[in-house]
Write a protein that binds this ligand. Sequence first.
Ligand code: NAD
Length: 482
Amino acid sequence: MERILNYIDGKWCEPSEGKWIDNYQPATGKVYSQIPDSGADDVEKAYQAARGAFKSWAGSKSNIRFKWLLKLSQAIEKNLEAYAAAESKDNGKPVSLATAVDIPRAVSNFEFFAAAATQFASESHYTEGLGINYTTRRPIGVVGCISPWNLPLYLFSWKIAPALAAGNTVVAKPSEITPMTAYLLSKSAMEIGFPAGVLNIVHGLGARAGDAICRHPKIKAISFTGGTETGKRIVESAGTQFKKLSLELGGKNPNVIFADCDFDDMLKVTLRSSFANQGQICLCGSRILVEESIAEKFIAAFTEKVSKMKVGDPAKPETKMGAVVSKPHMEKILSYIDLAKEEGGKVKCGGHQVKLEGDLAEGYYIAPTVITGLDQTCRTNQEEIFGPVVTIDTFKTEAEAIEKANATTYGLASTIWTANLKRAHRVAGEIEAGIVWVNCWLERDLRTPFGGIKSSGVGREGGFEAMKFFTEPKNICINYES
Ligand code: NAD
C-alpha cells in the first residue's frame, strides 16, 4: 500500500513518531494509502527548514520567484491527467470535474501568483509641508497554510502560491482526508528541483499537525480554509499570539430567484450551483429562495431535472455526481435529511443513500436531494450541511427576499437571478455576503477579493489582497520640507 510522505527541506520524511493514518477511497469505502500522523516534532522540523530557506527566498528577485512558480504550474499541467485521476480517487469527485476545474485551477493559481510576484507594488504618499511617506511590504517570514478536503489541490495552491510569490517560506498542511494531490505536488517540486525548504508539506490530523502549526510561536501568519468551528479554534491557538490570520470558513449561501429572470439559464446554472462536487463547494447555493409567482413552475422543473441526475463511479468520464468525501460526512448529510423531515420538510426528490454495485458497493453515495416546506429559522436552513441537499423557500417581495437571504449567521456568497438591472444592484448591495453573483455562479476572476463576512470568515484572498495578507506593511516617513 502506498505511503504518502512529508516533504521537508526538499526531502521525503517519515513521521517522527512512526505513526500512520489510513486514507480511504470514497468511491469504494476502502483504505488505499496511508499518510503520516505528524505531530509537533515534524512541524518543528518543517519550520526549521523554512526558516533556513527564508533569507535567500525572500531576498531573491521577483523574477526568480516568478520562474519557480511558473515551473511548478507547468509541472502540474504536464501531469494534469494523473493529478485529476488522483484527486477523483482521493475525494470521490467526478474525474471530469477534477480534469476541467480542480487541476486547471491549481495550474492557474501558480501561474497567476507567479505573475503577481512581478506586479505587486507598494504605495507612497506625499504629505504637504513635510515630505513623503512610503510603505514597504516585506514578506512575513515562515507562514502556515492549512486547507480543507473539498477542493484539495485547488485551495492548497490558492494559499501556497501567494505566500511564496510574496517571498515567504511555507509550512503547509492539506486535509488528512484528501492528501494525495499535495503529495503529488511535492513530487513535482522535487522533480523540478524547487529550492529546498521554501515549501514544506506536513501531513496529519488537524488537531495534531494543524494545531502545532497554529501554535508554533515563530510561524507568523496562518492562512486557513475550513469549517467555522475549526476557525474558532484557530483564533484561540493562533489569534491569541497576535498572528496574522486569514480565515475562510463555512457558508449557507442563498440563491435568490426573481420571476423576471431568464428561466432556462437560471435553471441550468442552479443545477450546478446546487450540486456541483456533490454540493461540497463552500460557494454552493444551498438555500434556494424563489419568487412565489414562479415557485410552482420552478419546483416542478428543478425536481424533474434533479431526479434524473445519476450518481455513479467518479472514475468514469461520463459521471456528473460522484461520492461524498467520507463515511462520517455521508452520515452527517443523511442525519440532516432526517432532521429536515423532523422539522416538517417535504423531500421532493432524493433524500437517501445510493447503493452502487460491485467494488463500489461500500462507497459513499447520496442522491441529490431537494426539500421544500421549511422556513429560514429551522436548523436545516441555519446549519451548513455541505452535501447534495438544497432547500427551496419562497418570497413575495424584494424586501422579503433580502430578509430571508440574510437570515443566517453566515455571509460567504450569494446568487441573484433577475433581468431588472436596478433590482440586481439594489439586492446585491443589501445582501450580507463577501461575494455576489448576478445571473451567473462561480465565475472567478483571480484578481477579485474572495472571502466572507459574519461566521464565514475574516480577511480576503485573491489578487493583491492575498499579496497584502502575506506581507507586512511598514510606513517610513521622511521629512525634507520642514
Ligand atoms: P475542517 O475545518 O474540518 O478542516 C480544514 C483543515 O483544518 C484540515 O486540513 C484540518 O486537518 C485542519 N484542522 C482541523 N482542526 C484543526 C485545528 N484545531 N487546528 C489547525 N488545523 C485544523 O474543514 P473541512 O471539513 O476539511 O472542510 C469543510 C469546510 O470548509 C466547510 O465548512 C466549508 O464551507 C469550508 N470551506 C470554506 C471555503 C471558503 O473559501 N470560505 C472553501 C472551502 C471549504
